[in-house]
Ligand binder design. Structure first.
Ligand SMILES: NC(=O)c1ccc[n+]([C@@H]2O[C@H](COP(=O)([O-])OP(=O)(O)OC[C@H]3O[C@@H](n4cnc5c(N)ncnc54)[C@H](OP(=O)(O)O)[C@@H]3O)[C@@H](O)[C@H]2O)c1
Length: 331
């Protein structure tokens, strides 16, 4: 069997780390790369990744041209967070008959925010016989897939609360930028309002995925975002508190705190039910490492899946693809 062929769509912080991880793995090869950044276009991917060797893959800014010249099994898509922006990129890939694994947060569970685009993507993917998945650490795993899996041993679930605390100093520069590190509080508010920075994107998607898995119809969802200040008075990061309300109370609460200098990084979950399940992952799961892993580990599952738009709750239980990637592909 041929190696699994991958094209990178987006060679930024996460795309580059995914590329480096793929290069270590057996049974998979990078056959193309797409990015718009001027300093990358036309360069060999080895140079873009600052490796000491050429990879024979030139970064292109023309997806149509690339997909008409090369054959690939899957696109690893890591450009931006909002489905309206990435829709044309992903639609183009699908039209070329290629599967997609994307880190676009809104794609992880696009039905509440973008039902029309979700429907169009699903129809297009089915028409071209390919599968499309949005995944990552968060959304994609820690505040949704993991929680859903834990409820699998519950007879009753009353409420769910999950808290994730991240020291943003340990995360990539693009993450620090989107949570406003180094801004004044006024700048933070103004940039959030104008959507110049996004904060974390995905809490609504995680809540909706969990609610859907449990068959809960939510009455309302609210997300509150506040800057966290450092001693200097500058913004160190943010706290986002998202609540999914049902039958007059908070049924699902997700509390994300990401800021430079967080003393303890952890992920804690409290599922109240029968049985109740309480736990704490300490230190918390490293977001960048985990995103790279879950994207790559999802590649064979996406290739094996039925055509259409899928979410993490539709695929088999997540697992590491440690050996030759071809071992996990069954079609
Ligand atoms: N679900 C999760 O858990 C998770 C985890 C990590 C990241 N993410 C998301 O994944 C995305 C990528 O993250 P990142 O940190 O790697 O961001 P990044 O460093 O900004 O990288 C994105 C790259 O994509 C390029 N790009 C943007 N629009 C493009 C287009 N239309 N065509 C081709 N290339 C394009 C950018 O080029 P320019 O610099 O020229 O714009 C940049 O090189 C972000 O939206 C991030 O929020 C999600």
């Amino acid at each position: 069997m041929d190696k699994v062929k991958v094209v990178l769509y987006g060679v930024g912080a996460i795309g580059s780390r995914i590329a480096e991880f793929l290069l270590e793995k057996e049974g998979v090869e990078i056959v193309g790369a797409i990015d718009l950044a001027k300093e990358k276009v036309g360069k060999d991917l080895g140079d873009v990744l600052a490796l000491d060797r050429k990879l024979g893959v030139a970064v292109s800014d023309d997806p149509n041209d690339m997909f008409s010249k090369i054959k690939t099994d899957v696109v690893v898509h890591t450009t931006t967070s909002f489905l309206k922006q990435v829709y044309p990129q992903i639609a183009k890939v699908i039209e070329h008959g290629v599967n997609v694994v994307s880190t676009c947060e809104e794609l992880s569970y696009p039905y509440p925010a973008e039902p029309e685009l979700a429907k169009k993507l699903d129809e297009l993917a089915k028409k071209h016989g390919v599968t499309v998945l949005g995944t990552g650490i968060n959304p994609g795993f820690i505040m949704d897939t993991l929680i859903i899996a834990l409820t699998g041993v519950c007879q009753k679930v009353e409420t769910i609360k999950m808290t994730r605390v991240i020291d943003a100093a340990m995360r990539r520069a693009s993450f620090q930028k989107k949570i406003g590190v180094g801004l004044t509080v006024d700048e933070f508010k103004e940039k959030m309002e104008r959507k110049v920075i996004t904060g974390h994107v995905g809490l609504e998607q995680s809540i909706s995925m969990v609610a859907s898995a449990l068959g809960w119809k939510l009455d309302k969802m609210e997300v509150e975002t506040n800057a966290i200040k450092a001693k200097s008075g500058q913004v160190a990061g943010l706290r986002q508190l998202a609540r999914g309300m049902r039958r007059g109370r908070d049924a699902i609460t997700l509390d994300l705190q990401a800021y430079v200098g967080a003393e303890e990084e952890y992920d804690s979950f409290n599922i109240e039910g029968v049985p109740s399940i309480h736990g704490k992952i300490s230190p918390g799961v490293h977001g960048d490492l985990a995103t790279v892993a879950i994207v790559v580990n999802s590649i064979p599952k996406v290739i094996n899946a039925e055509p259409g738009l899928v979410t993490m709750k539709d695929l088999p239980v997540p697992s590491a693809a440690l050996e030759d990637m071809r071992m996990y592909v069954n079609k």
